[in-house]
Structures are given as structure tokens and as C-alpha cells.
Design a protein around this ligand. Sequence first.
Ligand SMILES: [Zn+2]
Ligand SMILES: [Zn+2]
Length: 148
Amino acid sequence: MSKEYYLKISPHNHTTRYSECSSISALDIVRYSARANLDGIIITEHDCQWSDEDIAQLRKEALKMQICSPDFMIFAGREVTAVANGKHAHALVFGYRGDIPVDMDLRELCRQVHRQNAVVILAHPGRNGKKGIEDFWEYPADGIEYYS
Ligand SMILES: [Zn+2]
Ligand SMILES: [Zn+2]
């Protein structure tokens, strides 16, 4: 019988570098995530994505400070602000290269992301009761964030 193997990756992280809502540095996210025995993190700033150079630099600093092991994984995604039913909706996008305009229609965002075989996850669709994404299960996303 084959053994199932899972990686524990924290997929939704904002840092003080590019997200005003955040009060934690990227290095601290790496530090606490590694300490909590996660295998990696994905940095998802609002409407911008860390460059490969930014990520490489962060990894270098983290290894130099010995706050994570060399096999700790650090990826960049982004949290896109889209519009669903006339209201702002947040979606996590992973594996997409290129620009994504702010406030695009959520359905169109899903299509655009899927054209690159990238992944879109609806972020906190049930947050704040009525402020969430109405009928979020109707959108062609790849998943939802259950808890944030
Ligand atoms: Zn967020
Ligand atoms: Zn959000």
C-alpha cells in the first residue's frame, strides 16, 4: 500500500513590504512558519506579486539567518481584487505570469488565469456575512479559502 504524502504550505500571506494591511515582515513569516513545521509558504500581496529575484533574496537572507532549512519552500502568488456581482471580491492566484488588472470581473479573471493553466482560489468568500461573495460556488474557481 502506498503511503500518502502531504506538504503543509501556508498559501495566503501578506507582508509589510507590499500590503498595507500587514504588520509582519516576510522574514518573520518564514521564521514562524518554519518553526510551526510547515513545509513552505506562498506570499500573496494585494494586486502585486513578488518577483523571482525578491523571492531568491528572501530565501538567501532566511538561510543566512538560519531561520528555516534549505528545503523550506517559498513561492509568490497574489491576491487579486476583482468584482463579483458589483462588489469587490478577493481571489488568490497561483502560477500566473503577467499583469492582472484590478477590478476585473471575477468570472473573466477565472478564465484568464485558466488560460495559463494557473490556479484561482476564492479568498474568504464567506467573510463578514453579506460582504462575502454571493453564490461563490457558481464561479469557475479551483477552490475556496475556508478559513482565514
Ligand atoms: Zn489577504
Ligand atoms: Zn482578502
